[in-house]
Structures are given as C-alpha cells and as structure tokens.
Design a binder for this molecule. Structure first.
Ligand SMILES: *Cc1c(COP(=O)(O)O)cnc(C)c1O
Length: 397
C-alpha cells in the first residue's frame, strides 16, 4: 500500500477493505471485521444493502447529475420526505455536514440582519464539533483544530454545553441571532445533555426571536431511535443540519428549515453545484424508505438498549469505566484515561470502533445491526476494555 501522494490529514490505520455486507467488512487479505463505526455514522443501512445498491444502479443508468438550474424530481421527493419526518417546511441540499452548517450560519446572519443587528452572533457550545470549513470551524470548540488557521470568522459566543443558565445570561445581549447546538455531541465524546435541555433552549429562542438551530449531522436519520435526536425533547427547531447518515455513504448534506427560517433564502442567496443531484437524492430516498420498510428506528432503539444494558452489566464494578451513555446506536463508553490504543486492539480482534475526545469509546454501528451482532460486538469489546484497564498504566501516558 502506498499513500505517499496523499496529503496526510488523517493518521490512517494500516488496513484497507475490499468489500462489505451488512455490518461486516472484509479487508484486502480476506479478514472479516464487525463494523461498529459505520464510516462514522454514515453507513445507516450497512454495506451493500440491496435496496440502496438497486436505487443507485437504476439512477446511474438514467441520469447522475443535472444542474440545480432545473427541477430535480428526486430532490423534491427527498425534501418532501425529510419535511414530513421532521415536521419542518423546506430543505436546501449540499454535500456535507460542514456545508449544511455553513447554510445554517448564513441563515442565522440573515435573520440577524432582518432584525436590524449589524454584526449578528451565534451561541455555540463547549465541546461542539460543526465541521472544518472556516465558519463551521469557528463554531467548533476544539482550539487545536483551529490552530494555524487564524483569523477565524467571528460572530460566535461560546457557553458550556448542557447549561441553560449560561444561555439565559446572554438574554440581555442585543447582537444574538441564533443558537447552534448538537442534540448529542458526537466528536465531543458522545455527550448527552439532560432531558429538557433542548426544550429550554427552544423556549429561550422563541422568547428572544433567535433561531433554534440543531446540528444533527451525526445524531440524525434514525441514529438515536427517532428520525432526529431533538424529537426526544419534543421540539421543532427552526433550522436543522443533516449529512452523514442521510445518503448511506453517498455524499449529501441538508439544511432543513421551518417557521422563522422558512423565507430567509431566496434565488441567488445560496447555492451548490452538486447539492441534491439525482444520484445523491436517490440515495437519500432509498435510505429513508429502507429505514421505514425495515423498522430501523425501532431496531436502533432496541439494539441501543441491548448494548447499554449489556455493557453496563458486563462492566459493572470495573474500575476505570467512568460512564456508559448514549441513545439508540450512538453510544459512548467513557474511561478514566486516554484509550486511543483500544482502536488497534479492537481491530486486531476483528472489531472496528473509534475513540472520541481521547477517552470515550464511540460506537456508531449501522442501524441494521442484529441482536446477535450486538451480542458479538460486546463479546469482542468487553474483554478488551477489561484487559486495557487492568494493565499497569505506562508512566507518562
Ligand atoms: C461530522 C460532523 C460534521 C461535519 O460533517 P462533514 O460531512 O465532515 O463536513 C458537522 N457536525 C457534526 C455534529 C458532525 O458529527
């Protein structure tokens, strides 16, 4: 394997996969792995799902791309489906999570300007991740990700996550136009806020005429057992960004709007060459149809409960396990120490996982995970965690 001509923006693991089926991947040497990462919450239907393959093949045989200068029936159908699932009004399609958030940030600024704010600001959270483009990076918390790329776009006010009081304290400020928040923080370490947190933020937004904007790039599209994670808190946001799981592996992002945010963009105010083209829209439709047809919202909730209960039982009394949390198939096992090396031990044991925020093992398996596969996942993972925690810690690590 040769990667000398790739810009090394990723510290890649020494493995390449040739194909997959369901929750399983095979490497180029023929070894099989249980995929508990799903391309970072992307492979909603697992690998080589027949419905997605058929939809893509059929669409590619008709037309792959048209310009947004024309009507695109597949895009209109996907927008209908997303709006029905979300109870929202309209969609702008891009190609990634960062782009969906860029659209959200631009909407917030338009909203601010309409209210007469010259330099509108957006409230964002500690621990947040919103992408790598400049504005989405400025909204992101991690200072290391920003280092060297200054000047950052400004117009963001950061507060602690899961702290309604900190947001209330901003009520007197006259420059705020919106809140941008992940319903469950993914890169931040699968951090789940208290029940009611989003509802209280939404109430503040209503009172202040701020846009309530939820970044569901990771938590959306069935991941947590509902179509969208904010639905657990029974709110309707003004703006929602989506990407990862929506195309089941085909790049597509979406910025969904409602109410106050419905009429902010008009012809010429935003755009994307590829956004929502026939191929990616067909993928989104196949993913959403299959989630319904295969009962995957229910499955995500049931397998998530099975995993949380199973992991809590198996790791009960295991010193070094700080917390086991999540919703549906967005799960984190937080340890009391950095545990990045577990990714390699797991891979050697035929299991693909990752670690977020240094010490939280993150599980984002395809929503098609079966009962037996969830059990298999735990059988592989639990002994690795126990061994890791029983090992005398290396000095300085
Ligand atoms: C992954 C992610 C993004 C960025 O998505 P890209 O497609 O990589 O641009 C934004 N927000 C959240 C919550 C994410 O998890």
């Amino acid at each position: 394997m040769e990667q000398g001509h790739l810009i090394p923006t990723y510290a890649r693991q020494p493995v390449a996969f040739s194909h997959g089926e369901g929750c399983w991947l095979w490497d180029t040497a023929g070894r099989r792995y249980l995929d508990a990462l799903g391309g970072i919450a992307v492979n909603t239907l697992g690998h080589a799902h027949p419905a997605l393959t058929a939809a893509l093949t059929a669409q590619a045989g008709r037309v792959i791309h048209l310009s947004n200068l024309y009507r695109i029936p597949e895009q209109e159908a996907l927008a209908d489906k997303l709006c029905a699932a979300a109870g929202m009004d309209a969609v702008f399609f891009g190609n990634s999570g960062a782009e969906a958030n860029e659209a959200a940030i631009k909407l917030a600024r338009l909203h601010g300007h309409h209210k007469g704010i010259d330099l509108p600001a957006i409230v964002v959270m500690d621990g947040a991740f919103h992408g790598r483009t400049l504005a989405s990076l400025a909204a992101t918390a991690n200072p290391k990700a920003k280092q060297g790329f200054e000047p950052m776009p400004d117009g963001f006010v950061r507060v602690p996550f899961n702290d309604v009081g900190a947001v209330r304290q901003l009520a007197e400020r006259t420059d705020i136009a919106a809140i941008l928040v992940e319903p469950i923080q993914g890169e931040g370490g699968v951090r789940v806020p208290d029940p009611g947190y989003l509802r209280q933020l939404a109430e503040i937004c209503d009172r202040q005429d701020w846009l309530m904007m939820v970044d569901e790039v990771q938590s959306g599209i069935g991941r947590t057992g509902r179509w969208f994670a904010h639905q657990h808190d029974d709110i309707r946001p003004d703006v929602m960004s989506l990407a990862k799981g929506l195309g089941g592996g085909v790049p597509i992002g979406a910025c969904v709007v409602a109410g106050r945010a419905r009429s902010l963009f008009g012809p010429g105010s935003h755009g994307s060459t590829f956004g929502g083209n026939p191929l990616s829209s067909a993928a989104g439709l196949a993913v959403m149809d299959s989630i319904e047809a295969d009962g995957l919202l229910h499955n995500a909730a049931a397998r998530g409960a099975q995993l949380i209960d199973g992991l809590r039982t198996a790791l009960a009394g295991c010193e070094g396990v700080a917390d086991i949390r999540g919703a549906g198939l967005m799960l984190g096992i937080e340890l009391d120490r950095p545990c990045g090396e577990l990714v390699h031990a797991a891979r050697e044991a035929g299991l693909l996982i990752n670690v977020a925020a240094e010490r939280t093992i993150r599980l984002l398996p395809p929503l098609v995970l079966s009962d037996a596969e969830a059990a298999d996942l735990m059988d592989r993972l639990v002994p690795l965690i126990q061994d890791f925690l029983n090992k005398p810690s290396k000095p300085g690590s």
